[in-house]
Design a protein around this ligand. Structure first.
Ligand code: F3S
Length: 755
């Protein structure tokens, strides 16, 4: 029996009508992407056509999933909304904070000890607000979502970039920042630029060593890491129908590596079987009834070049296994050319570690195919020549694989089973190496292979391939080995060849588990208390920001005039600061420390106008705040580009910055500033940036008549007594002006909740 079956019924009940309205509005047959998106408009059925790649549209996703690192600030913020429960089904997954050190059991208990305060908070806040909680060890967010929540034709957002994994079950699933999750959980609209649609037509059928992973490795090579930006990739064709559901998820998962908004497959028999085998026959039955709405219109498949913005065709019958890397996932090498590439580029041919599993590639089918090679190694007397690790994606997969002897086969060749968690996939890997300065090679069945991604070591050359290719390389210990053609010496001195891998899609005895690791929220949570240790340096309850005073803002001091690029990394640096992402005051000590001060070209060194002394940006901001003086940040072009990190807007707000005035904004950051109740303003005349002087005091006028499309005025009071007055523009609509007046979007929701 599925989670949320009533919600799924409700989505399907309205599907036919909404899609018909969309077809009418658009005036042509629809792709699968368009059907799902138009069926999830925040304001009901379509009354107009949206332009792909241009229109900004409000959506109402069906669910939210959060991993433990990003969930902390998202849920601290959600608490500010004053809602008794989340507005849509939501879940929290404890997967990112577990470090892979020696093996599953010990690593898990150490993670429990080290992150107790975070887990206690997440468990209690989930319990309080009706959120499903998946405890540490339950599995990786995307695998657990796929096994339990993903459904064809649904739409979800998740606070992790590989959320598109659920596209394998026919869902539009998009990775977002915590602020977006807060909006949807609080019942607000979620805005997205209507994406372009790239079609990938799969013909033929794969066989032998080729695996679903090779489809996305090939696509990454064609489209490159930027080729999918702003687009949803839609897979179709007879070849698509031949790929297992978990194989489809592998392809969608790694679609994040080409920058795609998400990827999706149409509903088919493979999805139906997967739903049935994961205890959701009820969802399969419902999906069957609306199957025509869960894929593109027939005209689109018959004539794809007329309906997709770009069309790619791949023949699975001739697709070779691929190895991609190093350092970038779009460097795609067919296996027949890989050995020569290793030699030509002088990459270390000795393989030190092979890692399989993770959210990308840990299905039962993946594990059985890899295990079939491990078994051959045992049977043929081969010794394994590299370290070998296995990361199951969920406890269901792990338990079932253990029951069926698969993990034992891995153990027999020296494989180490890591916790059901991200581990080396996200750099949470205490890798054992005798010399980290040595150029070395590893190969994984994960998705990302940027420098330092897996083990933090810039000398590591990380390659990506299917679990079966990774396993074959681990046996050989040599990247110039081609398992399709080459032989290996066994312990008797004979040359032996590995046979093609074989796998089993679904376990004969079905999936089973003793404790899946799920904790349902309390039905009545009125007495549940959210646990935050007041002495914690990792977590801090938020206090609502002060509402607008009702008057113009006067006497604000310049905090920093940033020059050149100022990304969200300059505003709120990641790295070591990530551990404070649930503690606004502590993480605010990184505010703007990467921005370059236009007056001295230095980072993190600005003038404190109250003392005349220079100091670090956060310290100077705190000095103004302590004196009851608001401050202003001035910036250059495309200010706030980069990630959707909400900390980049919350930190200035927390430290007393009331306005950010720039030549131009990156759109997401501009919206984040608005949500936090700040003024996000642009120079009407960009040259006015040059008028701002280091000792300036700012007045911002026109706020009592703050209205959409109406400029505000800034008065600069210079130290020599002269002034400059100029117009500044803004893009606030009525609703966003209400956020400003209330002090933040969440304050406004709380006010509305109280009335
Ligand atoms: Fe992300 Fe890998 Fe975890 S892609 S969710 S880090 S397993």
């Amino acid at each position: 029996m599925a989670f949320d079956i009533d919600m799924i019924k409700a989505v399907y009940a309205g599907l036919g009508e909404k899609i018909a309205a969309a077809r009418q509005a658009v005036g042509r047959p629809l792709t699968q992407t368009e059907k799902i998106l138009y069926a999830h408009l925040y304001n009901g059925s379509a009354t107009q056509a949206y332009e792909r790649g241009k229109s900004y549209v409000d959506f109402a996703p069906d669910r939210v999933a959060m991993q433990d690192a990003t969930a902390q600030m998202a849920l601290l913020q959600f608490m500010q909304a004053g809602k008794p429960k989340v507005a849509v089904p939501s879940s929290v997954h404890c997967d990112h904070l577990i470090q892979a050190r020696v093996g599953a059991n010990q690593d898990l208990s150490e993670a429990y000890a080290e992150n107790k305060e975070v887990y206690d908070f997440l468990a209690s806040v989930s319990n309080k607000y009706g959120i499903g909680f998946w405890k540490p060890g339950a599995g990786i967010i995307h695998t657990v979502v796929q096994e339990n929540y993903a459904f064809p034709g649904g739409m979800m957002i998740g606070t992790d970039s590989h959320t598109p994994n659920a596209g394998g079950v026919g869902m539009i699933a998009i990775g977002v920042g915590g602020a977006d999750a807060v909006d949807v959980m609080a019942g607000m609209a979620w805005e997205l630029k209507f994406p372009k649609v790239i079609g990938v037509k799969l013909t033929g059928k794969m066989s032998g060593w080729t695996a679903p992973k090779d489809v996305i490795l090939k696509v990454a090579g064609i489209l490159t890491v930027k080729g999918g930006t702003g687009a949803i990739v839609e897979y179709f064709g007879e070849g698509a129908n031949s790929i297992s559901c978990s194989g489809k998820s592998t392809i969608c998962n790694m679609g994040a590596e080409i920058g795609a908004t998400t990827s999706v497959f149409g509903y088919d028999d493979k999805m139906r079987e997967y739903l049935i085998h994961t205890d959701r026959a009820d969802v399969a039955e419902l999906a069957d009834q609306v199957a025509e709405h869960l894929r593109a219109d027939d005209e689109v498949y018959a004539n794809p070049e007329s309906f997709y913005d770009q069309l790619i065709e791949i023949d699975l019958s001739t697709l070779e296994p691929h190895v991609n890397g190093p350092f970038t996932p779009d460097a795609a090498w067919p296996i027949s050319e890989f050995a020569a590439a290793v030699r030509e580029h002088n990459w270390p041919s000795k393989l030190e570690v092979g890692l399989i599993g993770s959210c990308t590639n840990s299905s039962y089918e993946d594990l059985t195919r890899a295990a079939s090679l491990a078994q051959q190694a045992i049977d043929k007397g081969l010794t394994v020549n590299a370290e070998y690790t296995i990361t199951p994606g969920s406890e269901v997969v792990r338990y079932t694989a253990e029951r069926d002897g698969i993990l034992n086969t891995f153990a027999e060749i020296g494989g180490v089973v890591l916790a059901n968690a991200c581990g080396p996939c996200i750099g949470q890997w205490a890798r054992h190496t005798d010399d980290p300065r040595r150029k070395n090679s590893i190969i994984t069945s994960f998705n990302r292979n940027f420098a330092k991604r897996n083990d933090g070591n810039p000398n590591t050359h990380a390659f990506v391939a299917s679990p079966e290719i990774v396993t074959a390389f681990a046996i050989a210990g040599d990247l110039t080995f081609n398992p399709l053609t080459d032989t290996l010496p066994n312990k008797n001195g004979e040359q032996v060849k590995l046979d093609e891998p074989t796998g089993i899609q679904f376990p004969e005895k079905g999936f089973s588990v003793e404790d899946a690791g799920y904790i349902a929220p309390a039905a009545d949570s009125s007495a549940v208390e959210v646990i935050v240790d007041p002495n914690s340096d990792r977590l801090q309850l938020l206090e609502g920001f002060a509402p607008w005073s009702g008057t113009n803002l006067t006497g604000l001091r310049l905090l920093i005039k940033a020059q050149g690029k100022c990304t969200t990394d300059h505003i709120s640096m990641a790295g070591p600061w990530l551990k404070y992402r649930g503690h606004l005051d502590n993480i605010s000590n990184n505010m703007l420390i990467g921005a370059i001060n236009a007056y001295n070209s230095e980072a993190n060194n600005v003038k404190n106008q109250l003392t005349g002394a220079y100091g670090e940006v956060p310290a100077v901001a705190r000095a103004y705040k302590a004196a009851g003086i608001g401050s202003v940040v001035v910036g250059d072009e495309n200010y706030g580009e980069g990630s959707s990190r909400e900390h980049a807007a919350m930190e200035p707000r927390h430290l007393g910055v009331l306005a950010v005035l720039v030549k131009s904004f990156a759109r997401i950051h501009e919206t984040n500033l608005k949500k936090q109740g700040m003024l996000a303003l642009t120079f009407a005349n960009k040259e006015d940036y040059d008028l701002v002087q280091e000792d300036d005091t700012f007045d911002i006028l026109g706020l009592t008549e703050f209205a959409p499309g109406k400029p505000l005025q800034v008065v600069l009071h210079h130290a020599d007594g002269t002034t400059h007055t100029f117009d500044v523009n803004h893009t606030y609509n009525e609703g966003q002006i209400a956020w400003f007046k209330a002090g933040s979007a969440l304050n406004l929701i709380r006010l509305q909740e109280q009335t």
